[in-house]
Design a protein around this ligand. Structure first.
Ligand SMILES: C[S@@+](CC[C@H](N)C(=O)[O-])C[C@H]1O[C@@H](n2cnc3c(N)ncnc32)[C@H](O)[C@@H]1O
Length: 276
């Protein structure tokens, strides 16, 4: 058992035992955004992407919209374990509003016959161990997950076979770090798009914005974009103040643009920084 797996199991147990109070300890089981609306505004064909992992939906959608390669990061290492769990559910044609049932998860785990990579194999061990500690009621009572009723999952309905095919050859690189770490992060790659959903807006101090800027700048290719979505608080005065501060931090190197992806019922706001 690798050190990472031991650490992840320990971390999950500390969450289940209420001994962990990290702000981002709970895993989003599925997106809380209408990502099809956002993604239909972007040209991802053949692009290299870095995305916050969270529920994995940004990663799945990036591939469905033609990305060449998608790497991912998250401050919460358990999001990478969720990526595999959702992948197996998708392989089994299971996708539901609000994650899926405990029985489905157990059945899928028990029937897993083959894993393709060490990460996948270890994730299977992770879920078997953690679910044996969780039991059905913990599963439904949001101890480890932020389970969201999600009408947007219906987008996948006729795309599951395609997504399952794509995921069979995808082996994402995952970085477990805080993008606002002022000690820096270690990635020697450049991306056409970086997706941050509720990342900068949750990390609001000048110090963390400066650190995020320094970490992100070398990762963005020429004319590349940092897309910040799910800005539900756009009309909120507090948020506008933080956004003004954030724009100042990014303005020398990036062009800011506020975008509205239109939908008759619910327009979504997002903004992007394009590297000058
Ligand atoms: C509110 S969730 C975003 C959910 C998203 N709308 C989705 O569709 O999945 C924010 C995610 O960003 C991660 N996160 C927040 N701040 C971060 C940081 N400074 N560095 C890395 N990841 C961070 C959290 O762990 C969480 O997975």
């Amino acid at each position: 058992m690798s050190i990472e797996l031991q650490n992840d199991i320990k971390y999950a147990k500390s969450i289940l035992d209420n001994e962990c109070h990290d702000k981002f300890r709970k895993i989003y089981t599925n997106t809380n955004e209408d990502l099809s609306l956002l993604f239909s505004q972007l040209d991802l064909s053949d692009k290299n992407i870095l995305t916050v992992l969270s529920s994995s939906d940004y990663l799945y959608m990036s591939y469905l919209f033609g990305a060449k390669r998608v790497d991912c990061f998250d401050i919460n290492p358990l999001t990478f374990r969720l990526f595999y769990l959702r992948k197996w559910l998708i392989n089994n044609n299971i996708i539901d509003i609000g994650f899926c049932s405990y029985e489905d998860v157990i059945r899928v785990l028990m029937n897993m016959e083959k894993t393709n990579t060490d990460n996948e194999k270890e994730s299977l061990l992770f879920w078997k161990e953690v679910l044996s500690k969780m039991g059905e009621s913990d599963f439904y009572h949001n101890r480890l997950f932020t389970t969201i009723f999600n009408p947007f999952n219906s987008f996948y309905k006729d795309k599951l076979v395609n997504l399952s095919k794509i995921l069979s050859y995808v082996n994402p690189t995952f970085y477990s770090f805080d993008i606002c770490d002022n000690l820096g992060i270690n990635i020697d790659k450049r991306y056409d798009f970086i997706f941050l959903s509720n990342v900068l807006d949750y990390n609001r101090s000048r110090e963390s914005l400066d650190a995020a800027f320094n970490n992100l700048l070398p990762l963005v290719d020429k004319q590349g974009k940092i897309v910040c979505a799910h800005i539900s608080q756009i009309a909120n005065e507090d948020f506008t103040q933080v956004l003004d501060l954030e724009k100042k931090v990014f303005q020398d190197a990036f062009e800011y643009s506020h975008i509205i992806a239109s939908d008759e019922n619910q327009p979504i706001h997002y903004y992007q920084y394009t590297k000058k």
